[in-house]
Design a binder for this molecule. Structure first.
Ligand code: ADE
Length: 272
């Protein structure tokens, strides 16, 4: 008779294999800003969940609906309860991702949003990137192994066919809690070999990794970090137009439509 350990291991492997081969059914789209989220919500005709899946009193917002047999959920961390601005950054992103994964058990997470881009690495305003991997650039802990923990490098779910089909750019994403870039952050971003920079990606990846939910990162460039213009000014100037480009990539017969009928195994391995 096989020992208990072997039996449960086999059962676990069977469950993983079944999950990998079943069509993707529930998608969680995590978006930090209302301006970025609403075009996607409108396109899929999603409705706000009045009996939120989240604890009462939190500002987090969930929109949901069915599109091409897929249960689509857009979650947005909402407005800061005291200041009334969008709750951008890693803390809100990780909290809302955690609560959404618990409540909705998604097959796949898409973290969509805007990013700063580095022209030296080939990024331009309006470009939409699929991140190959994500890491932090503002968690410096110069002690062996803690240094790696701080960087928190994680791979995005590899989607070779999707990448080819959608003709998006690919690059590494670096995450930190500031819109600007101080010299220390710049050194870490260079060490991360990043082409784009945001304020949520690696935090979403951290939570997704705990629960082993495959995640992709779709980021549209609003500002050129190594350019002439001040970042905040360029970001605000381009936000509306670039958000439209992001919505096109996330919806319009593109990413989401593509998932319909696709299993995780097909998503991560197949070239047709
Ligand atoms: N989102 C858009 N532009 C950004 C930047 N320059 N840094 C971080 N997040 C961003």
């Amino acid at each position: 008779m096989a020992p208990h350990g072997d039996k449960s291991h086999a059962a676990e492997e069977a469950a993983v294999s079944q999950a990998e081969n079943s069509p993707i059914s529930t998608i969680l789209i995590v978006i930090a800003m209302q301006t970025e989220a609403l075009p996607v919500v409108n396109k899929f005709q999603l409705t706000e969940d009045p009996h939120s899946a989240f604890p009462s009193g939190v500002p987090w917002v969930r929109y949901h609906g069915i599109y091409k047999d897929l249960h689509i959920n857009v979650v947005w961390p909402g407005k800061d309860l005291s200041l009334g601005v969008d709750s951008v950054g890693t803390i809100s992103a990780s909290l809302v991702t955690y609560a959404s994964v618990q409540a909705l058990k998604p097959d796949l997470i898409i973290n969509a949003g805007t990013a700063g881009g580095f022209k030296a690495k080939g990024a331009g305003i309006g470009d939409v990137f699929l991140a190959s991997d994500v890491a932090f650039h503002d968690r410096r802990i110069p002690i062996p192994v803690f240094d790696l923990y701080g960087v928190g490098l994680r791979q995005a779910c590899s989607t070779p066919k999707l990448l080819k089909e959608l003709n998006l750019k690919v690059g590494k994403l670096s995450t930190g809690d500031s819109l600007d870039m101080c010299p220390h952050d710049e050194a870490s971003i260079t060490a991360n070999d990043a082409t784009i920079k945001d304020m949520e990606g690696a935090a979403v990846a951290y939570v997704a990794d705990i629960f082993k939910v495959p995640t992709i990162f779709v980021k549209a460039v609003t500002d050129i970090v190594d350019g002439e213009k001040p970042t905040a000014e360029e970001f605000l100037q381009n936000l509306a137009a670039v958000t439209a480009a992001l919505e096109q990539s996330v919806t319009q017969a593109k990413i989401i439509t593509w998932f319909s009928g696709t299993s995780l195994k097909q998503l991560t391995t197949m070239w047709f």
